[in-house]
Write a protein that binds this ligand. Structure first.
Ligand SMILES: Cc1cc2nc3c(=O)[nH]c(=O)nc-3n(C[C@H](O)[C@H](O)[C@H](O)COP(=O)(O)OP(=O)(O)OC[C@H]3O[C@@H](n4cnc5c(N)ncnc54)[C@H](O)[C@@H]3O)c2cc1C
Length: 401
């Protein structure tokens, strides 16, 4: 979305000087009519965490093609795509930005279809529907217990939020006291990738909310009543959610270019895919770009937005023969929601704690979720202002930091 907006912005800026700019169409090929606000999918009532793309990009003339890309022919510069009715189509391009994101890697184990995830809006809505049905479910062991697999960023946000979500469902049944949320983590500690400084805050929050931990084990299988662990034990639970491991969209494998361990395409500083003919750019979770001080970007919303803008800008600049811009994101920071126990914010790849007034991190998280990550709707001028790669997410909207 931000690539399409940034390309449109540059083409409009140069429409008077470059006749080519006026004659160029920007198209967004995507199966869904909405942008999913993916970072919010751990929260209750996820069905509304989406923004209609036609009301964001329609007013600036971006054409939406409702289809799923299945192959890219870099030599012929054509994308093969399949529409919802199964019909196949080919779309030609002069410049291509691949921004098909990432997907959680679901495990293959007995009972795997029973595992929920919160990777997509549809999956998060399925989990919400499942929780809503619990009050009508037969009583018995594990009815109010949820196992969250993976104590990384997504698992921690979900586990801490699930305590309140499950209690709200259990309360009318007088079963609030039976709610259990259990984090299962293969590593020896929670939040391994989130830094030493944040861990005591995270552990305090888990203790405050009563989130149990089973560390150093993994899931070997599950059925409708229990989750089975690698140490031979079983946790009675009717709800299990898998959050471990993300991988770049499989479409990256259709581009003949080097990829990193997460399946992301190697790109240069202007986000052009390395070693492939045909002017392809990658953005967001499909791009192995570099952030500050030689750190590869994490698969994060914080980086996906500026990556999108720079890739879109450069794709259009390339068409017009204008110089490209380099990718230079804001310094890395994180903000982890801890449900009713607050939130914790870190700065830099060293992940030092960001301190502020009481409730600062929670307020920051609220601003990110409710304002920063939402594009302007029915407001072409504001969209094009924010599509400028020099405007950061922080500058896009009011925030408490
Ligand atoms: C539960 C959860 C919580 C998160 N929390 C945070 C957070 O707090 N902070 C943070 O920075 N990041 C967070 N992230 C990560 C963040 O959401 C991603 O890094 C970000 O969404 C990546 O943006 P993207 O545009 O690259 O990909 P996506 O958001 O995945 O978008 C990709 C789009 O491409 C479409 N698509 C996929 N395949 C095809 C195809 N073959 N053809 C056509 N279209 C296709 C998809 O439908 C989707 O619309 C979270 C992710 C999850 C799942």
């Amino acid at each position: 979305m931000w690539s399409a907006a940034a390309a449109t912005r540059l083409l409009r800026t140069h429409a008077d000087l470059h006749p080519e700019a006026a004659g160029t169409t920007v198209a967004l090929l995507t199966p869904l009519p909405d942008l999913t606000l993916r970072p919010r999918l751990y929260q209750a009532d996820p069905a509304g965490f989406r923004v209609p793309l036609d009301r964001v990009l329609g007013p600036v003339g971006v054409r939406r093609i409702a289809a799923t890309a299945t192959a890219v022919d870099t030599g012929r510069r054509r994308v093969t795509a399949v529409a919802a009715d199964g019909s196949r189509t080919e779309v030609g391009y002069r410049r291509l930005v691949l921004a098909t994101g990432s997907a959680v890697v679901r495990p293959e184990l007995p009972g795997a279809p029973l595992l929920h995830d919160i990777d997509t809006l549809a999956a998060a809505v399925r989990l919400e529907d499942h929780l809503r049905a619990l009050p009508q479910a037969p009583d018995g062991p594990g009815r109010w217990s949820a196992v969250v697999v993976g104590a990384g960023f997504t698992g921690l946000e979900l586990a801490t939020e699930l305590v309140g979500r499950l209690r709200a469902k259990a309360a009318p049944c007088g079963a609030e006291g039976q709610v259990r949320v259990i984090l299962v983590e293969r590593a020896a500690a929670v939040g391994e990738g989130l830094g030493e400084a944040a861990r005591p805050v995270i552990i305090r929050a888990l203790d405050e909310l009563g989130v149990e931990r089973r560390l150093g084990v993994t899931v070997t299988g599950l059925d409708e009543h229990a989750v089975h662990l690698s140490d031979g034990s079983a946790l009675p639970a009717r709800t299990a959610v898998w959050t471990a491991g993300m991988r770049a969209s499989a479409l990256t494998e259709r581009i003949p270019a080097p990829r990193d361990g997460l399946g992301r395409l190697a790109v240069d500083a202007r986000l052009r895919v390395s070693g492939v003919e045909g002017s392809i750019y990658a953005a967001g979770d499909t791009a192995a770009a570099m952030a500050e001080d030689g750190h590869p970007v994490p698969q994060s919303c914080q980086h996906a937005t500026p990556l999108g803008k720079v890739a879109g800008h450069n794709a259009a600049a390339d068409l017009l023969g204008l110089p490209p811009v380099g990718f230079a994101p804001d310094p890395y920071s994180t903000c982890l929601d801890l449900g009713a126990a607050g939130a914790v914010a870190t700065a830099g790849f060293g992940r030092t704690l960001r301190r502020g007034p009481d409730g600062f991190a929670k307020e920051l998280k609220r601003a990110i979720n409710e304002t920063w990550i939402s594009p302007p709707v029915d407001d072409p001028e504001e969209l094009l202002r924010r599509a400028d790669h020099r405007v950061s997410q922080r500058q896009s909207a009011p925030h408490p930091a």
